[in-house]
Design a protein around this ligand. Structure first.
Ligand code: ASP
Ligand code: MG
Length: 366
């Protein structure tokens, strides 16, 4: 059993649903694989829905057009799409009064997307079975990012697994969950990643695939670093650190959910899944990547890889830093977690990321 999560970056137009369905059929189903599909909203839709949830009707109208046009282009008539569009219109016109209404509005992008995906799979002659994520994933909203309640979700996940074992392809919207009382809640930006790993763990899947528009997790943000390259392998803790410090904007809880499990995550595009995230810690001498993000008005870079926890590494970082021209506000190893975190002023983040990448990820003494 495997879980395939299809990201919004590869769902830009109607044809992309057809491509996804073809790839799932040819690359997985026809090779005898049992598959569970987790779908994100189409590109940009969640941003528009957040505006819609703040009362912007025009943004809601754009989302409706995006999905209608996608269905049209793909030649699909997804059952239930018009109902969801009407529900969205009503909710926005009513004026979102509570947090629950807002979460409901924001969740509908994934719902519409999953309707399209189920229909695209059916058009390929496959038996797709849509699951309402609210009836599967139960979360508690403690802290900034909601946390899935494994106990309450586990039994629901077995229904999904049984459908897949029975030969259907479960299709479920990512990012969307319910609170124990039944209200809709979303799992935070990038939440489909988290849905996918949780489902993989709870259905006993062997692998979880993340389909995106790049061939894997890169050694640095390619917008900042031209010679960034795909990182071929990370262990669960390294990947968890990388995503929590901003790598590839993967949901910070996604890889955390895999720690202490046997599930392998594969990240890439339909042509190549270039990064494998595996359970086994690898002996690693140099950092594998630099993750970066903005936090509280500062720039934050994190060197990630098992090797960064060694004394000799910290010593060499400290000595190299003496020759670094930019400003570094703090250096913080977070051992035993495999990362060292450096803060700088906002404007200097690109420079720091490039310097760390050149000197520690690519070259120099480990
Ligand atoms: N659509 C949501 C977002 O843009 C969740 C996801 O794509 O994973 O954050
Ligand atoms: Mg994402």
């Amino acid at each position: 059993m495997i879980v395939i999560k299809i990201g919004g970056s590869v769902l830009r137009r109607g044809k992309d649903y057809i491509t996804a369905a073809e790839r799932i059929k040819e690359d997985f189903i026809e090779r005898g694989e049992r598959v569970i599909v987790v779908v994100s909203a189409m590109k940009s839709v969640t941003d528009l829905l957040i505006r819609a949830a703040n009362g912007d009707i025009e943004s809601a109208e754009r989302v409706m057009r995006i999905y209608r046009e996608a269905a049209n282009e793909a030649g699909l008539l997804p059952r239930g799409l018009e109902e969801v569009i009407n529900a969205l219109r009503k909710a926005v016109e009513r004026g979102p009064s509570s947090l629950h209404d807002r979460e409901y509005i924001v969740s509908l992008g994934e719902t519409m997307s999953s309707l399209l995906m189920a229909e695209a799979l059916a058009a390929e002659g496959l038996r797709a079975k849509r699951f309402d994520a609210r009836k599967v994933i139960v979360a508690e909203s403690t802290g900034a990012i909601p946390k899935v309640d494994y106990r309450l979700t586990a039994r629901n996940a077995l229904r999904v697994r049984d459908a897949a074992i029975g030969g259907a392809i479960p299709v479920i919207e990512g990012f969307v969950a319910s609170l124990p009382g039944g209200h809709t809640i979303t799992l935070g930006r990038g939440g489909s990643d988290y849905t996918a790993t949780v489902l993989a763990v709870l259905t006993g899947a062997r692998e979880v695939y993340f389909v995106t528009d790049v061939p894997g997790i890169m050694s640095a943000d390619p917008r900042l670093v031209k010679d960034a390259r795909v990182v071929p392998s990370l262990d669960h803790s390294e990947a968890s650190e990388a995503s929590s410090y901003g790598a590839k904007r993967i949901h910070p809880r996604a890889f955390e959910a895999l720690i202490d499990t046997d599930v392998i995550a594969l990240i890439g595009n339909w042509a190549l899944f270039g990064t494998a995230v595996t359970p086994d810690p690898e002996p690693c001498v140099r950092p594998k990547l630099v993750a970066s993000s903005f936090v509280d008005g500062k720039g934050r870079a994190a060197l990630v890889g098992r090797g960064v926890c060694r004394h000799s590494f910290i010593a060499s970082l400290a000595s190299e830093l003496r020759d670094y021209d930019g400003s570094v506000l703090s250096v913080r190893p977070v051992c035993p977690r495999p990362a060292v975190v450096l803060d700088t002023i906002k404007e200097e983040l690109p420079e720091l990321v490039r310097w760390l990448h050149t000197n520690f990820v690519l070259g120099g003494e480990p």
